[in-house]
Design a protein around this ligand. Structure first.
Ligand SMILES: [Zn+2]
Length: 73
């Protein structure tokens, strides 16, 4: 599946390319979301958005980094 966000970075800590985008808030449930969750392309961050939340989650080492831009959209 194409990534609508364009590019998916490698983990800056371990270099793994198995990186999931963190979805904050309560995303609309869909088959696309379900398959993304199952395949590790997306993880759910929860509903508590502080404005200083990471954007990416490494499936290999668990490192999380970046900035969620949900509040600036
Ligand atoms: Zn990593």
């Amino acid at each position: 599946m194409a990534d609508e966000n364009g590019r998916r970075p490698a983990c800056p800590k371990c270099g793994s390319g198995s990186v999931a985008a963190i979805l904050w808030g309560m995303p609309a449930y869909s088959e696309q979301l379900e398959s993304d969750l199952e395949e590790g392309r997306v993880v759910l961050g929860g509903c508590c958005v502080t404005g200083d939340d990471p954007k990416w989650h490494c499936n290999a080492c668990g490192h999380e980094w970046g900035h969620c831009d949900i509040l600036s959209q």
